[in-house]
Design a protein around this ligand. Structure first.
Ligand code: DMJ
Length: 599
């Protein structure tokens, strides 16, 4: 029965009351008034009121911390998971790229140079796996970076996985062969920079030097190699590599972003170096470019203000335009936009964002930007994107450190719930949040309303919430109302982003709930993704039988298991004031004494 039906039947039953007009009309008036009040509050939900959801403030699971010996043991279990699958890779696939974890075969999907092995080097080193490392090093010595004539190496993937992997292993061990191979690889890839803008092309055949790629490049692929090249420049002393970085940073910082409020769009013209569309994304096709803004500032030992300013601009637009609350559960999510309209898609890939935000909160004086000579108003000025100045004026009225932290917490919570809601405990690759024109609920509107009405309780979208399991029937009906979302891509691809953010939340806040949730995800990985030969992506996180894909992506070794291991260790294996992790979780050193060589 709908609320309208209910009111109709109350009205009808009033008609049958004994004939006493004053009494009956009085009741009519009360019923009509309550109906109007209900209508008014329902209409307002979509604009600026905030009605807490019954499950808010209630944790999905009791959070029980364990003695440090238990965490030590959990870290060891992650190491065993690494060894189990890496040994299968060594036995059945090395030096090919990836193991097929269901059939025991292999696949060469990233140039065929052994991407799993290179992506794994620093994980082995952090885990103290010397024998596996020396076997891999033996293979590194033989690497030639050759490709048949008809093949193309994807530049971005090759940099983040191979170059990043070689450089971080070199930073840890100083084994010269690693730097030598990294430098050779960068030389072979270098023709991608022969564009008028000096933004890289999509790909290259390193044997022939033939490049390939459309005129409109993708943000993540044209602007996520600066960390690796800045490190290569430091390590080799070659200015050629820092030139590559400087050109990209200059192009990005001079771009006219007035159509996108200071945030980088997805499409970039690699001929003129200008933004080529207005699509915005925090996830696919964009994620690491946003990530590298903050990380470049940190890698420069906090000297590179240009990247910091771009980071502040990016987060300002993202917070004021791309963060939304779901209508019933008030889950905070980040979405992408096309032609200025949010799509309300929420991607697993975007779950790196809470981790990035908490990293910023703990490394930047966000509550005192003027101490770095940065004024929010000035960032919007200069004619580049004056339309955005309203957003800057609004955020200036907040303590930015606090606001970024709320966003980090709320997003991390939603990323976690996207796992906890599922029967397998694994998170889907993409969800679409329920919304109607009334219920598209920008987070900053809710925060403003909450603040204006006295800042009572937790800020909207923040704090623990109950997980919501669907019945089989609800699932089959694809009903979004119970959870506020439906699954768009239902697979779990062994991705790291949520675990990465849980690790960073735990690392910086010390709140054990993030660590406990990390453990729950590891348990789900063990239960539902393990195969005879390793771990496999699963097709559908809603099916307890978790049908498998025959895929074990190399980032599972580089990122997923590394973040879990770091999270469960009791010591600080990787101090984040000394290391910056590239987008494939390869740690790069902030301080380095270069060996100067001739170019
Ligand atoms: C990784 O290869 C990198 O993190 C990349 O930036 C995007 N995501 C994948 C894993 O999901």
């Amino acid at each position: 029965m709908t609320i309208l039906d209910m009111y109709m039947s109350i009205a009808l039953s009033l008609r049958s009351l004994p004939h006493r007009p004053y009494f009956r009309n009085g009741l009519y008036a009360i019923v009509a008034l309550s109906f109007l009040l209900l209508l008014f509050s329902w209409k307002n939900l979509g604009s600026n009121s905030y009605v807490p959801f019954p499950g808010e403030g209630v944790s999905d699971t009791p959070i029980v911390d364990e003695p440090s010996a238990v965490w030590e043991d959990r870290a060891e279990q992650v190491k065993s998971a690494f060894l189990f699958s890496y040994h299968a890779y060594e036995r059945l696939a090395m030096p090919h790229d990836e193991l097929r974890p269901v059939t025991g075969g292999y696949v060469d999907n990233f140039n065929g140079w052994g991407v799993s092995m290179i992506d794994s080097l620093d994980t082995m080193l952090l885990m103290g796996l010397k024998e596996e490392y020396s076997r891999a090093l033996y293979e590194v010595e033989k690497m030639k970076f050759h490709l048949p004539e008809d093949k193309v190496a994807p530049y971005f993937e090759t940099v983040i996985r191979y170059l990043g992997g070689l450089l971080s292993a070199y930073a840890i061990t100083k084994d010269e062969i690693l730097l030598q191979r990294a430098d050779e690889l960068a030389e072979k890839l270098d023709p991608v920079y022969k564009t008028p803008s000096r933004l890289p092309l999509y790909g290259i055949n390193p044997s022939t030097g033939k490049t390939e790629g459309p005129e409109i490049g993708i943000l993540a692929e044209i602007a996520s190699m600066q960390l690796e090249y800045a490190t290569l420049a430091k390590m080799t002393g070659k200015t050629k590599w820092s030139d590559r970085v400087n050109n990209i940073v200059r192009t990005l910082s001079q771009a006219n972003l007035h159509r996108t409020g200071g945030m980088f769009p997805v499409g970039w013209n690699v001929t003129d170096g200008k933004p080529a569309d207005t699509r915005l994304s925090a996830g696919a096709q964009a994620d690491s470019a946003h990530e590298y803004l903050l990380k470049l500032y940190l890698l420069s030992d906090k000297t590179d203000k240009a990247n910091l300013e771009m980071y502040i601009r990016m987060t300002t637009h993202l917070i004021t335009n791309l963060l939304y609350l779901s209508p019933s559960r008030h889950l905070l999510y980040v979405t992408d936009s096309s032609h200025g309209q949010p799509t309300h898609t929420f991607e697993h890939l975007s779950c790196f964002l809470p981790g990035l935000l908490v990293l910023g909160v703990h490394t930047l004086p966000l509550d005192n930007l003027p101490s770095l000579g940065i004024d929010l108003n000035d960032l919007a000025a200069g004619g580049l994107f004056n339309e955005a100045s309203q957003e800057y004026r609004l955020l200036k009225t907040y303590n930015l450190k606090e606001l970024h932290m709320w966003a980090a917490e709320g997003l991390a919570q939603t990323c976690w719930l996207s796992y906890a809601d599922q029967p397998t405990g694994l998170g889907p690759d993409e969800m679409i949040f329920r919304t109607t024109s009334r219920h598209a609920y920008p987070w900053m509107d809710a925060i403003e309303h909450w603040r204006k009405s006295g800042s009572r309780g937790a800020p909207p979208g923040i704090g623990d919430k109950r997980a919501v399991a669907l019945t089989r029937e609800q699932r089959l009906k694809g009903d979004a109302r119970t959870r506020d979302y439906v699954l768009k891509k239902s697979g779990y691809l062994l991705r790291p982003e949520t675990i990465e953010s849980l690790y960073l939340m735990w690392h910086f806040t010390g709140d054990v709930k993030w660590r406990v949730r990390g453990w729950k995800i590891f348990e789900a990985i063990e239960r539902y993704t393990k195969t005879q030969y390793g771990y496999a992506s699963v097709r559908n996180v809603e099916h307890m039988s978790a049908p498998k894909l025959d895929e074990l992506p190399s980032y599972f070794f580089a990122e997923t298991l590394k973040y879990l291991y770091l999270m469960f260790r009791n010591d600080d294996l990787l101090p984040l004031d000394q290391w910056v992790l590239n987008t494939e979780a390869h740690p790069l050193p902030i301080k380095w004494t270069p060996n100067v060589r001739d170019n």
